[in-house]
Design a protein around this ligand. Structure first.
Ligand code: 6PG
Length: 241
């Protein structure tokens, strides 16, 4: 298991940004799906502060693994967060930013983004392939925007689906399991003591973890890398490697 445990959230950001830069340098063009959430936010700050020049952003194509169905200037928008913390601060061509349009009708946008991924991404196993998919894990075991009560969306034949937040009812567009599991690298960024039980259950393969969409992340040909802080990793032993 590729498990990286850093002391704090800011250290996770530093370590993962370094890894992100290596992925970007590994190929002439890279296709990366970003995530919302609190940990990516500090990763974006780190990339904006220290990787403006060292990453050749002209070869980096950015997508989203999920988006809330809101306008791009809404505080809930994953695009807005990414724009404020990263995109507005780096020299990335506008044409390399492929956002999910949360302001569109959800069904239309899910179908449209599916078709877009189908056209623009390189294919392996006859499926669109990301070089890197960044994911978080919710306290309830969700990942991207696939929640435990809608786990069937994971198995959809479509590349993107419309999901609904189980508490707020907010609609979201999310990529589905077949796209996540066709990625070359899936990176989990997880920080905070609130995630320790989920991490422990998932990594130890406990029975309850089968209810969590995140436990279905098993890339066909790719790998999973974990970036955790000590608080999130508290329930797993440091001897795992
Ligand atoms: C979102 C996400 C979601 C997130 C997790 C973890 O848009 O909300 O993509 O899946 O990654 O909820 O979020 P934190 O990093 O804030 O714990």
């Amino acid at each position: 298991m590729n498990l990286n445990v850093s002391s704090t959230k800011n250290e996770v950001a530093k370590d993962f940004a370094n890894y992100f830069a290596k992925v970007c340098a590994s190929k002439p063009e890279v296709h990366i799906a970003l995530s919302g959430g609190s940990t990516p936010k500090v990763v974006f700050d780190e990339l904006a502060a220290n990787y403006q020049e060292t990453i050749d952003w002209s070869k980096v194509h950015l997508y989203w693994g999920d988006e809330r169905c809101v306008w791009p200037d809404d505080d809930e928008s994953n695009y807005k967060m990414t724009n404020e913390h990263l995109l507005s601060k780096i020299k990335i061509p506008e044409l390399n930013i492929h956002r999910i349009k949360g302001e569109n009708g959800p069904k239309y946008e899910a179908a449209h983004y599916s078709e877009f991924l189908n056209v623009v991404l390189p294919k392996t196993n006859a499926l669109p392939t990301f070089d890197l998919v960044i994911l978080g894990i919710g306290d309830d075991g969700h990942t991207a925007s696939i929640f435990p009560n809608q786990i069937k969306l994971w198995h959809s034949k479509k590349y993107c689906e419309v999901a609904k937040h189980p508490v707020s009812g907010q609609k979201r567009i999310t990529i589905t399991g077949q796209i996540i599991n066709n990625a070359k690298i899936v990176a989990f960024l997880v920080t905070g003591a609130g995630k320790a039980d989920r991490i422990s259950e998932i990594i130890k393969g406990e029975e309850i973890a089968k209810k969590y969409p995140v436990s279905l992340v098993k890339p066909t040909d790719g790998k999973v890398v974990w970036y955790l802080d000590e608080a999130a990793a508290a329930g797993i032993t440091s001897t795992q490697s």
